[in-house]
Design a protein around this ligand. Sequence first.
Ligand SMILES: Nc1ncnc2c1ncn2[C@@H]1O[C@H](COP(=O)(O)OP(=O)(O)OP(=O)(O)O)[C@@H](O)[C@H]1O
Length: 216
Amino acid sequence: MFARTALRQTGALRQFSTSQSLFKKPSVIVISGPSGSGKSTLINDLLRQYPTRFALSVSHTTRKPRPGEIAGTHYHYVTKEEFDALAAQNGFVEKATFASNSYGTSIQALKNIKDEGKVAILDIEMEGVKQVKASPIVEEARFVFNKAPSMEILEKRLRNRGTETEEAIQKRLAKAQSELDYAETGVHDFVLVNDTVEKAYEDFKEYLSKELDEKL
Ligand SMILES: Nc1ncnc2c1ncn2[C@@H]1O[C@H](COP(=O)(O)OP(=O)(O)OP(=O)(O)O)[C@@H](O)[C@H]1O
């Protein structure tokens, strides 16, 4: 893996990882898990409590801003040409297409957070996790899988959130199963069984404290 990492370190990648030795404290926490399992709730609590220590990575997107969205805060809005140019320079650690729009996490966005002395939080789906795992930042990342205690509880959370149609709920539950199957292969550093909000947050902080070697 080391040789592959070295080969990939060109341009911005090298810039991101200079002065980094392997297996140092993480500069990126990657959180994934089924839709409705409670990731946003967890992340929002962390960012609210430690605004100077953690920051959510701002993705690039080719979609147009929605009313109220702020460039650089919600997304970096770019044209398709700009997105493709950055992708061609290996500027993304992960990217995906949804509804004809491209989305991606740039190495630069992660570097900006690191330069501010903060740890980047990445809330991404399974395909993104696989890409980050194959990227040069993998040595600086820790992978947390957040799951509800059961499929029944997950379904209840999705329904109670009230943001999805029945069809969307069914799609999310089907997708949840493949996320769970992927987690079963043991690719994550920490599996968080998200029972109550309070306990999950405490467990999450305990894990981060250990990895960052600081008390949260
Ligand atoms: N531990 C918990 N116990 C009960 N309800 C929870 C818990 N955590 C979150 N919830 C609620 O469950 C719903 C889903 O949570 P949340 O939106 O944080 O999930 P998510 O994993 O971020 O979903 P998505 O990937 O779709 O954004 C929300 O209504 C939230 O208030």
